[in-house]
Each structure stands twice: as C-alpha cells, then as structure tokens.
Design a binder for this molecule. Structure first.
Ligand SMILES: NC(=O)c1ccc[n+]([C@@H]2O[C@H](COP(=O)([O-])OP(=O)(O)OC[C@H]3O[C@@H](n4cnc5c(N)ncnc54)[C@H](O)[C@@H]3O)[C@@H](O)[C@H]2O)c1
Length: 248
C-alpha cells in the first residue's frame, strides 16, 4: 500500500546499511525521498535505486551549513519535508578506559549533535505547516548498555531523551517524534566491528533471543510505520527492533 504517497522524506546516512533500507522502504511506500549521506556517490546511487522521485545529496550531519543547504535543496526539488529520519551514525568499539577525548568528540558529533542539527533545520517548517514526523535511530546499547560502546551508548541515550522532550514541545503542532532502537544488525558497520573482534561479534549475535542479527529492512519497516498515518497518535516513544534483546 502506498502509505506515504505525496509525502517528502529526508533520510541521513542513507548511502548504505540501515539508512539505505529506510530510503528504499519509504520510496516503495510512495514518498519522494532525499537520500543523503556524507558520501555523495553512495547517496546518489541509492537515490537512483529509489527511482525518479528521489534526490541524492551530500550531507555531513556534523556540518550545520551542509545540513541547511540540503534541506533547502530538498524543499526546492521535492517539496516541503513531511518526514525526517535521523539515521547517520558511527562507532568505534573499545573499552572506555582506552578511549580518547578525540573519539568521544567524533562519536557525540555524529550520533547526538548531528540529530540536533537536522531537527533544528527541519522542525521550523514542520511547525509552520502544523505537522510532520521525526524518527531517529538510536540503539539498544542506549537502553541496556553495551561493553565497548560507552560513549556511543551515551550519545544514543541522548537521542532518546532529546526526542521525548521535543515530542512534548511540538505535540500541539501535530508533530510526532519517535525513536527506533536496532539491536545488532547485518550491515557493514556491524561486519567491520565483528571482523575486528570476532568473539564480540559472536557474543552479540548469541545475546539476541531470536538467535540472529536483524536485517536492515526489518529496521526500515518500523521506521516506515512510525512515518505513516497509522502511527499518527504515537509520539515520544522508543521502539526496539532487536529480536527480543531488550524488553522494556
Ligand atoms: N548495525 C548495527 O548493528 C546497529 C545497531 C544499533 C544501531 N545502529 C545505528 O543504525 C544507524 C545505521 O547504522 P548502519 O549499521 O547502517 O551503519 P553503516 O556504517 O553501514 O552506515 C552508516 C552511513 O552513515 C554515513 N555517515 C557516517 N557519518 C556521517 C556523517 N557525519 N554525516 C552523514 N552521513 C554519515 C556513512 O557514510 C554510511 O553510509 C546508525 O545510527 C547506527 O548507530 C546500528
């Protein structure tokens, strides 16, 4: 069903992995999608996969000027944004005691501040128009902790608290703000982490009650639901899509 026909969506970090699956899902549901990524080539390639209603743009979420320029361009080419999906993320697995301040800054800049920057760029238009959907990708690491991911988990937990607060602030404007928390998911990011530390990769997989990784499309399905009219009365919520890893 074309649940998002006529809607315009802006997805960050959509050049591969979960973001790519989200862009494809939203396009399949009828949305015109701004497929954005710090890597312009992959953004354009995924936009081409989404079809002729999609636009591939280079966006580095740590650079507010690049975010603002892309939001303006998407508005001009595709129309005013109805849906923002904050998906761009990055992690470096290491014990907290071995981590450096430089890594903390990078993890927080991409995973937390990048979300604030994108919401700040998109929300005024949604408030003005009296409607919109924001879905941000956090992680089950934010809900239950995850060894080797202390700062990442903190940044991802920040997304949850931020989203609940913004959800309250803009509820009267009929804007829904929700969070999806993937568990370990079969993407390049996970494969890179598992290749560097095979025991950790296996342990993460075994910790999932369903006994396997999530596939990117399973995360995308939850995002598409939260972006759809079926979720119009759901706001300020955090939904884990993790095969039972987190049950709260
Ligand atoms: N894969 C997992 O197991 C898992 C689990 C929980 C949460 N997540 C979260 O899901 C999201 C997607 O993860 P993934 O596994 O698909 O990752 P991925 O590394 O496969 O893809 C991430 C994409 O984000 C882009 N990106 C990185 N930094 C960026 C920046 N500054 N600005 C714009 N784009 C940038 C990359 O170019 C890449 O295309 C992330 O927020 C991640 O933290 C992933």
């Amino acid at each position: 069903m074309q649940q998002l026909a006529g809607r315009v969506a802006f997805v960050t970090g959509a050049g591969r992995g979960i973001g790519r699956a989200i862009a494809l899902r939203l396009a399949e549901a009828g949305a015109r999608v701004a497929v954005t990524d710090a890597d312009e080539t992959s953004a354009r390639a995924v936009a081409a996969e989404c079809g002729e209603r999609a636009l591939g743009l280079r966006v580095d979420v740590t650079d507010p000027a690049s975010v603002r320029a892309a939001v303006a361009r998407a508005d001009e080419v595709l129309g005013p944004l109805d849906v923002l999906v904050n998906n761009a993320g990055w992690d470096k697995m290491e014990p907290f005691l071995e981590s450096t301040e430089e890594t903390w800054d990078k993890v927080i800049a991409i995973n937390l501040k990048g979300v604030l920057t994108c919401v700040k760029a998109v929300l005024p238009g949604m408030v003005e128009r009296g409607g919109g959907r924001i879905v941000s990708i956090s992680s089950d690491a934010a809900r239950v902790g995850s060894s080797g991911e202390a700062v990442y988990a903190a940044a991802k937990a920040g997304i949850i608290a931020f989203s609940k607060t913004v959800a309250r602030e803009v509820a009267r404007q009929q804007i829904n703000v929700n969070v999806v928390c993937p568990g370990p998911t079969n993407t390049d990011l996970f494969r890179e982490v598992a290749a560097a530390n095979p025991r950790l990769g296996d342990a993460l997989k075994r910790a999932v009650p369903f006994g396997r990784l999530a596939e990117p499309d399973e995360i995308a399905a939850a995002v598409a639901f939260l972006a759809s009219d079926d979720a119009r009365f759901i706001t300020g919520q955090t939904l884990s899509v993790s095969g039972g890893l987190t049950m709260v």
